[in-house]
Write a protein that binds this ligand. Structure first.
Ligand SMILES: [Zn+2]
Length: 432
């Protein structure tokens, strides 16, 4: 057995208490073997964690990593105008090579901010999978289907691609890659395609992930056309199962919250994207009170505009209080739980907790910073004060991906330069 010891740190336990301990990792199994005192002696490799907090790696439950190429390209517009006027025309010009460059940049940013798993919806998924394999993180990947505005043959081909990608890549990269069937949303995919392909996704044994109830404009057409709230409509089409997860869930009513809780379907809350696009405030505390599994996601970098889950945690806590009109809502504890275990549970991963037998996916946060002094409550610091730049080491599946801020699996300068070139060329093509 090859072992890695993370030594001398404060360890965040699943019950959100913090104790001084070492963490011993079985690198062959990719699992935590033991947490306790003095475990460093015989380890093959060590990571120094003095004056640091050792915690589960962040889990980004909803992202489009390659959209880093469009960071800062189009801001300050509502969702529909932003998609139709700026994002979709630019995405229409993206090549497979562009998506690979953008995905590498996004994964670099995720590793540098302590994220060890991501659920990603995009196209050119083989390129995203290749970037994930090299970067070393864990990912649930899928091809996003859009059928509106397409003739039947092209629409069916898109749905088939999502199904085939889900089948082919499930278990890739030694099991670090899992997949899902990913219709873009309930309004951008026609009901006839959902009725045909959702049963096929069930047969393939993959979960279903889609954007739902993001804006009022997404709710109204479904109510008008089908006489049902969007999540009732989804449930009737077999898209609300325990393994499924939706992104956003901003405009959900009491009945829909009840449906989510009964079904065990996860919700990935994306507070920064919801605020930036003016989409609204998700009733996060009400969903938590009802027993819904809630995790956090950044959404794409074009609507955030970064991929830091520490930023997302702070945004979730702040926005959750505003939404509930209650300062005690979405507490620091609830927020830290959502950004780790909640996201992992929602997207169907066993990570998000540090305990013997759990996946060795963890982040080490450097506490020697003015904004993290004093240290009354480290859970509070994670929710409200820590930033991506405080992440010192990142470990996924037992492998060290970043040591003392140096990413070991990707050449940072080369990844940035390639993405810069791809993004510059993309914008030139769109503008001509
Ligand atoms: Zn999204």
């Amino acid at each position: 057995m090859t072992t890695l010891a993370i030594t001398g740190g404060q360890v965040l336990r699943p019950d959100l208490t913090v104790t001084a301990a070492d963490v011993l990792v079985d690198q062959d199994a990719g699992e935590i073997r033991e947490i306790g005192p003095d475990l460093a002696d015989d380890a093959d490799e060590t990571l120094e964690a003095a004056n640091s907090l050792v915690m589960p790696g962040f889990v980004n439950g909803h992202c489009h990593v390659a959209m880093t190429l469009l960071r800062g390209y189009a801001d300050d517009k509502p969702l529909e105008a932003w998609l139709q006027e700026d994002i979709w025309p630019a995405e229409g010009e993206l090549t497979a090579d562009d998506v690979h460059a953008g995905a590498q940049l996004g994964l670099l940013e995720l590793i540098k901010s302590g994220t060890t798993a991501v659920a990603d919806m995009y196209f050119h998924v083989p390129e995203v999978a290749d970037a994930v394999e090299t970067a070393g993180i864990r990912a649930r990947l899928g091809h996003g289907i859009v059928t509106v505005g397409k003739d039947d043959e092209v629409a069916r081909e898109d749905a088939n691609t999502s199904l085939e990608i889900a089948r082919e890549y499930d278990g890739a990269a030694d099991g670090r890659i899992s997949t899902a069937f990913k219709p873009h949303s309930l309004t951008t995919v026609g009901s006839e395609y959902l009725e045909e392909f959702v049963p096929k996704a069930r047969e393939a044994g993959v979960p279903i992930h889609y954007h739902a109830n993001e804006t009022e404009n997404e709710v109204a057409p479904i109510v008008e056309e089908h006489g049902q709230r969007p999540l009732e409509y989804a449930a009737d089409r077999g898209m609300l199962e325990p393994e499924d997860f939706i992104a956003h869930g901003v405009h959900v009513d009491d009945r829909e919250i009840e449906l989510l809780a009964e079904a065990g379907t996860g919700v990935i809350h994306c507070p920064a994207s919801n605020m930036k696009l003016g989409s609204g405030m998700a009733p996060v505390q009400r969903m938590l009170d009802a027993g819904v599994t809630v995790g956090l996601g950044t959404d794409g970098a074009a609507s955030n505009n970064d991929l830091s889950m520490l930023d997302e945690a702070r945004d979730a806590a702040m926005l959750g209080k505003l939404a509930a009109d209650d300062a005690s809502a979405v507490s620091a504890e609830a927020t830290v739980d959502m950004v780790t275990r909640g996201s992992a549970d929602a997207i169907g991963l066993a990570s998000g907790r540090l305990e013997a037998g759990a996946p060795a996916d963890l982040a080490v946060i450097d506490l020697e910073a003015p904004h993290l002094t004093p240290r009354h409550d480290l859970v509070s610091h994670l929710a409200y004060a820590a930033t991506a730049a405080d992440v010192r080491h990142t470990v996924c599946d037992g492998q060290v991906l970043m040591r003392d801020r140096e990413v070991l699996t990707l050449e940072e300068a080369a990844v940035r330069e390639r993405a810069l070139e791809a993004a510059t060329s993309l914008v030139e093509r769109v503008d001509t």
